[in-house]
Design a protein around this ligand. Structure first.
Ligand code: ACO
Length: 153
């Protein structure tokens, strides 16, 4: 089980697209275009992979209004593999990635998965501004840098 940056594994984009579309249907072209924007800094799309099968996805983006803040969105685990700890694993790896990029706080918006995010340490916070004037009610979690990360291990 590993979490990979999708831009390094373009062969996984098609599968990833289908997984995201199972949850939030949208045109495949639009979906692929978004995945193709993934890069080393931000935005970055991460995929949870087991035996070449894409089982999860998350997307990390920078927040212009909060230089040390990172937005995490489109978190999804394959419906047949939920409830086995994969979502938690994917979030931990996503947080590690954000931390390596110098981020200190992760922000996210959820309509109905508050229970999951509370379990993994997110708490409600004041709304933050994203994309110009658009403001979302948010959950956040601090991801303090530790010595291991600082060494890049
Ligand atoms: N309510 C309360 N607790 C939950 C929920 C929930 N809906 N989902 C999981 N948990 C708990 C689990 O019981 C587990 O607790 P434990 O550690 O005490 O055993 C813990 O959270 C971790 O659960 P996982 O098994 O790792 O979660 P899973 O692999 O099922 O992934 C996820 C959770 C990603 C929300 C999955 O259900 C999913 O893909 N849902 C559909 C898409 C979705 O709504 N994504 C979130 C959108 S919001 C965003 O992207 C910021």
């Amino acid at each position: 089980m590993e979490v990979l940056e999708i831009h390094r594994y373009p062969q996984l984009m098609d599968q990833c697209c289908d997984l995201i579309n199972m949850e939030w249907p949208r045109s495949k072209t639009a979906r692929l275009r978004r995945l193709e924007m993934s890069c080393d800094s931000f935005p970055t799309c991460l995929v949870l992979v087991c035996s070449n099968e894409v089982l999860g996805h998350s997307k990390l983006s920078s927040l212009p209004s909060l230089p040390l803040g990172c937005l995490i969105e489109s978190v999804v685990v394959h419906p047949e593999h939920r409830g086995k700890g994969l979502g938690k694993f994917l979030m931990t790896k996503s947080e590690d990635h954000a931390r390596r990029q110098g981020m200190e706080t992760l922000y996210l918006y959820t309509k109905d998965k508050q229970g999951f995010y509370s379990k993994i340490g997110y708490t409600e916070c004041e709304p933050v501004q994203i994309y110009g004037q658009h403001v979302l009610g948010q959950n956040s979690k601090n991801v303090p840098l530790n010595e291991t990360d600082a060494k890049g291990n």
